[in-house]
Design a protein around this ligand. Structure first.
Ligand code: COA
Length: 170
């Protein structure tokens, strides 16, 4: 559990609990066009609870990150078969942005993917127009390794970004 102290508020970062899922789904619907069913959130919470982290302030959830573990070829190319942490979804409520919550959620999840689930690298897809998110991932050591045409339902392309977890975490 991690505590972020800011001028006007305090944020606690902790692993998700079953009773958080509806609140997480609400944040997801308010902040992202990619939404998922209750059972999708539930199954990831059950399978990978340590890298499904919520940020809470004054007994309300203000952000979350949800990840799962996969096996596949390295996103950096070549034929290395690796354990990959996949950031499926991350969001912070608009009124709580630019306070370091997104970055802290990413860092906590990356540590769990490396130390608990023994992932070699972590990757994610991001809309090519999503500058805030791309900047945040770059500040954490992620690089763009691929671009997938028409990845999103509305036709927008996605960058695939990846970060090696075997080096030190920034
Ligand atoms: C992306 C998102 C999670 C970032 O959350 P956040 O809590 O505001 O991020 P942080 O405060 O930790 O920002 C970390 C760094 O990211 C970069 N960054 C974040 N928002 C930015 C913005 N609007 N413009 C430029 N850079 C930005 C900055 O480098 C920032 O560091 P700084 O504040 O010291 O300059 C948030 O904007 C969000 O929820 N967006 C909607 C959902 C979304 O797009 N999710 C990602 C899908 S792939």
């Amino acid at each position: 559990m991690e505590v972020l102290r800011r001028e006007d508020a305090q944020y606690v970062l902790r692993p998700v609990r079953e009773e958080d899922i509806l609140e997480v789904m609400n944040i997801n619907r308010l902040t992202l066009p990619e939404n998922y069913t209750y059972s999708f959130f539930y199954s990831i919470a059950k399978s990978y609870p340590e890298s499904f982290i919520v940020a809470e302030s004054a007994s309300k959830l203000v952000g979350y990150i949800m990840c799962r573990v996969e096996r596949g070829f390295s996103k950096f190319g070549g034929l290395r078969f690796r354990k990959l942490g996949h950031v499926v979804s991350i969001a912070v409520m608009p009124e709580h942005r630019r306070k370091g919550i997104g970055k802290a959620l990413m860092l906590e999840a990356m540590k769990a993917m490396r130390n608990v689930y023994h992932c070699d690298e972590v990757y994610l897809e991001v809309r090519v127009s999503n500058e805030p998110a791309i900047k945040m991932y770059e500040s954490l050591g992620f690089a763009i390794v691929d671009t997938i045409k028409h990845y999103y339902l509305d036709g927008e392309n996605a960058h695939v970004m990846a970060c090696d977890l075997l080096g030190s975490l920034k």
